[in-house]
Design a protein around this ligand. Structure first.
Ligand SMILES: [Zn+2]
Length: 171
């Protein structure tokens, strides 16, 4: 009963993750519809239900526009999908570091626009240089996220494969 279920906004944007129990409640109250389920059935409220994997809210939840997100290691990794922004490799949090794109020693500040996820090796190679000087291209310019869906905080290895297409938007 404790597995986790991905909740999508009415627009199919991933919103957050809830327990199976909570997901079934949302389905029973018709606040959400079932998108993906396993072929297992579970009993709840004296009926049997397919075990949900992904549900979608019937009503669109408006996300705050100018949410100020704290700049934390975990949130930067989440924004960058646990991917080194230089070599493009996927790593676990233990093998990642935060890199100042413009180094601190050159006046680079700790802002969402100047901090990226880098693997230890790339960070070491880049050292105290700018990406241009080090001839290392950023995969994507760092940006201040509008919001961080809770689901991003789960590293890709820990996410059920049934969630993947909804998270990456590649159907
Ligand atoms: Zn790297």
């Amino acid at each position: 009963m404790n597995a986790e279920v991905l909740v999508l906004n009415a627009s199919y944007e991933p919103l957050h993750v809830v327990s199976t129990r909570r997901a079934i409640l949302l389905l029973l109250k018709e606040k959400a519809e079932l998108v993906e389920a396993t072929d297992q059935y579970i009993r709840a409220a004296s009926a049997a239900f397919p075990r949900p994997l992904v549900i979608r809210l019937r009503q669109y939840i408006k996300l705050p526009r100018n949410l100020s997100l704290p700049l934390t290691r975990r949130l930067v990794y989440a924004r960058d999908q646990y991917t080194c922004q230089y070599c493009g490799g996927h790593f676990s949090a233990a093998n990642l570091t935060l890199d100042h794109v413009i180094p601190k020693s050159r006046g680079g500040r700790k802002t969402w626009e100047n901090i990226v996820t880098a693997c230890k090796r790339c960070n070491q190679i880049k050292g105290n240089r700018t990406p241009e000087e080090a001839h290392m291209r950023l995969r994507r310019p760092p940006y201040r996220p509008r919001y961080v869906a809770l689901v991003w905080l789960k590293s890709p290895e820990r996410r059920p494969s049934a969630w993947e297409k909804y998270i990456t938007g590649k159907y």
